[in-house]
Design a protein around this ligand. Sequence first.
Ligand code: SAM
Ligand code: SF4
Length: 329
Amino acid sequence: MLLDTYGRKATDLRVSLTDRCNLRCTYCMPEEGLQWLEKPSLLSDDEIVRLVHIAVTRLGVEEVRFTGGEPLLRRGLVEIVGRCAELEPRPKLSLTSNGIGLERTAQALAAAGLDRINISLDTLDPEVFHRLTRRKRHADVLAGLRAAKEAGLEPVKVNTVLMPGLNENEAPELLAWAVEHGYELRFIEQMPLDAQHGWQREGMITAGDILASLRSRFRLEPEPDEARGSAPAERWIVDGGPERVGVIASVTRPFCRACDRTRLTADGQVRTCLFATEESDLRGALREGASDEHVAELWRKAMWGKKAGAGIDDPSFVQPQRPMSAIGG
Ligand code: SAM
Ligand code: SF4
């Protein structure tokens, strides 16, 4: 098992498949992009499947979420999903994506064994989308969302980050749209993980702001605590249900005590937390011919050192060197 000194058990693995992306969301990347990882430093498809195999057979991992960067840009994605779906015990498999290109691959991903998907969409306005992501791809994301639903990747969850001066007033409209289309909307507080270090605590849209804005149009009742488990989103029942809306308040209401995550970067480093400042190299061990048990032991050791919390709101907080897109959000 992947235990830490605070008694938490990591059963949810996030695997970043690439640090590259076809959008440039302002809260994530600068306009010019980043210095991408060199191809030889990326884990190969075989290495990814081997690490997932080690995680599910030796370390108690039950869920695997593929992310990035933009995971749909990874050529072998469908095959990786298919091979992971054949593992015993079979992990639950999900994807976090910006949805661009999903129109073409949703059916194949579902057939390969993908169980669920989260698609990021911050606005219903194509112009605002362009300003937020610096690309004119709004229609592609909407097409990706429809394709995910048609492929049965339900519940389709939509991740939204609200940014001051851009889409900060769109929460009620987005929720009405999500309810109408049968998507489960989750707002994510903007975190200090952008490559440009532009995040500012003052002025950021908080969970409190989001809920106040939603309550101007909807009746929200908190879902009972038992329903939350280790999920990062606090959920509210919308207008008596059955629809729900989630808020992931990593900054103002951190949920570190219940965290069950372990993370693998596209270049094979274990991270215990999005905000960890240290990493443990598994790629090197794999390429030096280490046994499965040796790799598992390195992973256990890394997780044992997991810190109590992210501490974003602490005065001593230091932003990690890797930005969100290179960690895998
Ligand atoms: N490219 C894919 C996408 O956008 O869904 C997957 C990777 S992205 C890093 C994963 C999630 O992180 C997205 O929902 C995105 O909105 C969110 N994200 C990125 N930067 C963030 C930040 N600084 N604060 C909060 N959420 C962020
Ligand atoms: Fe790309 Fe996702 Fe970052 Fe936007 S949030 S730039 S889609 S990795």
